[in-house]
Design a protein around this ligand. Structure first.
Ligand code: GLC
Length: 753
């Protein structure tokens, strides 16, 4: 009897205990944990989760500044980027977990863009591998190294489409094509996040910069972008949709003004597209003070309006600036921000913290086996670097060099610079761990080949010719010459844009001087963008484009120069003949007056008549210097037998496309087989080519393989005249080959019924 009287009390106590645990109960459904936690949070604690601070340097005293420690204790910080050493981060986490009311862990972010401690080629170089697995493995390696150092989140992949090589940040991108960038966005999200975000060796990804940042006018960073909605959806949004569908945990809003509305306050892109259409349920972090920038854009008159527009548009977390912290409470009081929207924004952040398992393992650090900078990872970096190299010229098959040569001149400012070859966005790569081309060649051939080294220039931008004489001397005393040239890392990357894109400084002069010696000249370029070589291409016998190659640049180029492996890289961006041709990209529209082959100039006295009126230049060939998808090998490949499973398909059919590829040379090598389509007519004009498939294969000399692709209606869709995402019946051409250049492609056709 007595017990019965107490049953309701016991029930309440049990429920309270169970209820008290829900958000801390790892077995509970994440959505329940989120709702339970939200129900417990004060307004100040909710706003606190939206704040990210940066701690760029270690705490000088080894102790967290009191004011900051108190802000964390008061639950006013949800995330840090950078944040010193792992010990510093653990100091912060201890306060967040043990000294705050609810113990919500901090999420630590970092720019892990192309490797963490073992530095990979810059992303543009990785794209040049056209190798999905390499990008995925490289991102998994970077995630593991960052996780071993206590980071939970990277601000990558950067998947801005870029058609303008003047833009410094093309270095961080996968280049100009939406299909390729979409594929690699998926590879990198999978690599960073693995198939279980709570696993301690994975980190949350951040697809950036949302959206259209790469279309910056004049190739000048942070400049205006004007992108019609159809182009926005058909080109720039494509990779982000793929990243979101691949489960990208976060996105980063960008700096640019998109059609008059800055992307960090753009409701159409952040809410209508990202949430309403794509059902994205992670969170968006602003770029560094990009909310503040909206005042400079002239989009908001003060910080309060900036907070209002960014928050209501859908930026969950504010990086470094404090407009949310200073204004959201007032905006809620004024009814300009709804508490339901605040809960939704906080929920997005909590959802990722729960998925990361931070409530269970706030100090998570993958310490089962330190793989950071392991031989395995150095080997992976070397493989990625080797496959990123693009052979653009090789007269008389000068390359590969024979190991029987007696001497080799190694010349140029990028021969032995362990910092510059790591490229932009290197934070943890150590110069003493970088292997330069000179170091690698000396190590490999110290007793076999006499290496005559002369930098010739003290930096890539030096105009000093005082050291040329020694370089010329080295060349004269050698059987062959390799010039390591390019851009130092500060000439590319964020805010580092160039109006001229030839080799900087006196590098072209140096090439001309070396050419005068009559020795065979190989130029290896280490750079962060497509460059122009028009002034000197006739002075060099071989040209290998190597991007900024990362930690293992030296061993990779040494193996390539001496034929241990054949180059297999292909260009992920079009290389113009001159900067005046930009923007120049392969998937362009045909225009109403397309130029004919070799159309150039006009003779004096030509009569005024409509003949030859076309979209070309008088003063330079309108075609690229090197095409998207182009890259040579030490061997040769023959494409034949292009076959289609049918020459007409309905919208529910699949179309199988196959082609034979034969290695007709003397070297084992890899080749990337590329598939392009052309939709000949549409309710809107369509590009002359669109990449819709690629496969990298390895062939021994004489070996033939059949490569097949499958196309479906999905591959033929675009945003039509009514802004519907559809395919349209009609005639299509199909191209398969070794680059986007017509001469390198077999052609066929099919109809979509
Ligand atoms: C920078 C970059 C962004 C980076 C962020 C944090 O300004 O635009 O890509 O992730 O700030 O470093």
């Amino acid at each position: 009897m007595k017990l019965k009287r107490f049953t309701p009390l016991i029930l309440i106590v049990c429920l309270t205990i169970i209820n008290a645990q829900t958000y801390k109960n790892a077995q509970a459904d994440i959505e329940e944990r989120i709702q339970d936690l939200l129900s417990r949070m004060t307004l100040a604690e909710k706003i606190g989760q939206l704040q990210q601070y940066s701690l760029r340097k270690q705490f000088s005293s080894g102790k967290l500044p009191d004011k900051l420690a108190q802000q964390i204790r008061d639950g006013k910080v949800g995330s840090f980027l950078n944040a010193g050493t792992i010990a510093d981060r653990e100091t912060i986490q201890k306060i967040a977990v043990n000294e705050t009311r609810l113990g919500i862990p901090i999420i630590f972010g970092r720019d892990v863009i192309h490797g963490y401690r073992t530095i990979l080629p810059i992303p543009l170089g990785q794209a040049a591998t056209w190798n999905y697995d390499l990008l995925k493995k490289g991102s998994a390696m970077a995630a593991r190294e960052a996780a071993e150092d206590g980071y939970h989140w990277t601000f990558a992949p950067m998947i801005d489409i870029s058609r303008d090589t003047r833009w410094g940040r093309i270095a961080e991108s996968c280049g100009e094509d939406p299909y390729m960038t979409s594929q690699f966005a998926k590879a990198m999200v999978e690599g960073f996040q693995g198939d279980d975000l709570s696993a301690p060796h994975t980190i949350a990804s951040c697809a950036k910069h949302y959206i259209g940042y790469g279309a910056t006018e004049g190739g000048r960073d942070y400049n205006t972008t004007l992108i019609p909605e159809r182009e926005l959806r058909d080109v720039y949004l494509k990779p982000f949709k793929t990243a979101v569908d691949a489960g990208a945990a976060t996105l980063m809003s960008a700096f640019n003004d998109l059609n008059g509305v800055p992307t960090s306050g753009n409701k159409f892109t952040l809410k209508t597209i990202l949430r309403d259409e794509w059902n994205f349920d992670g969170f968006v972090v602003s770029d560094w003070k990009s909310i503040t920038d909206m005042m400079k854009h002239g989009y908001t008159k003060d910080g309060k309006e900036a907070a209002l527009k960014a928050f209501n548009a859908g930026v969950n977390m504010e990086m470094v600036s404090k407009h949310y912290q200073n204004n959201l409470e007032q905006l809620l009081k004024e009814g300009k921000v709804k508490s339901e929207w605040l809960d939704e924004m906080v929920a997005g952040i909590l959802r990722i913290k729960f998925k990361l398992g931070l409530f269970e393992t706030p100090y998570r650090r993958y310490s089962k086996s330190e793989k950071t900078f392991s031989d395995e990872y150095k080997e992976l970096a070397k493989e990625s670097t080797i496959e990123s190299a693009v052979l653009l010229k090789n007269d008389n098959n000068l390359l590969p060099l024979s190991e029987s040569i007696k001497s080799l001149a190694v010349i140029g400012p990028m021969s032995d610079d362990p910092v510059e070859q790591l490229g932009t966005w290197n934070k943890e790569g150590r110069k003493e761990e970088t292997v330069t081309p000179l170091a690698a060649l000396r190590k490999l051939y110290k007793n076999k080949i006499k290496i005559n080294y002369a930098p010739g220039l003290t930096s890539t931008r030096s105009t000093e010719t005082a050291h040329f004489a020694k370089a010329v001397e080295a060349a004269k005393n050698s059987d062959a010459v390799v010039l390591f040239l390019g851009e130092d890392h500060l000439l590319s990357g964020e805010t580092h844009c160039r109006a001229f894109i030839n080799l900087p400084g006196a590098q072209e002069k140096l090439i001309k001087e070396i050419h005068k010696t009559g020795k065979p000249v190989i130029v290896v370029v280490l750079a962060g963008r497509a460059l122009t070589f028009g002034n000197i291409i006739d002075k060099i016998n071989s040209l290998v484009f190597f991007w900024h190659p990362g930690t293992m640049g030296g061993p990779a180029i040494a193996d390539l120069l001496f034929g241990k492996v054949s180059p297999s890289g292909k260009l992920p961006v079009t290389f113009p003949r001159t900067v005046g041709q930009i923007p120049l990209y392969y998937n362009h529209k045909n225009t109403g007056k397309p130029p004919v082959k070799n159309q150039l100039g006009i003779k004096l006295g030509t009569p005024e008549n409509p003949v030859g009126y076309a979209s070309y230049y008088l003063d330079v060939d309108f075609t690229p210097a090197y095409y998207f998808g182009y890259g040579m090998s030490y061997t040769t490949f023959k494409y034949s037998d292009l076959k289609l499973s049918s020459n007409s398909i309905t919208k529910t059919d699949k179309l199988t496309v196959s082609v034979k590829v034969k290695n007709t040379g003397n070297y084992k090598a890899k080749e990337t087989v590329q598939l392009y389509i052309r939709d000949l007519f549409g309710s809107v004009t369509r590009p002359v080519k669109e990449l819709k498939g690629f496969e990298k294969i390895s062939l021994k000399p004489g070996e033939t393989k059949v490569v097949s692709f499958t196309l479906s209606e999905e591959d033929l869709k675009f945003w039509d005249i009514d802004m519907k995402y559809v395919s349209e019946s009609g005639d299509f051409e199909i191209f398969v080959g070794s680059s986007s250049r017509s001469e390198d492609l077999l052609k066929s056709a099919f109809q979509l019924k």
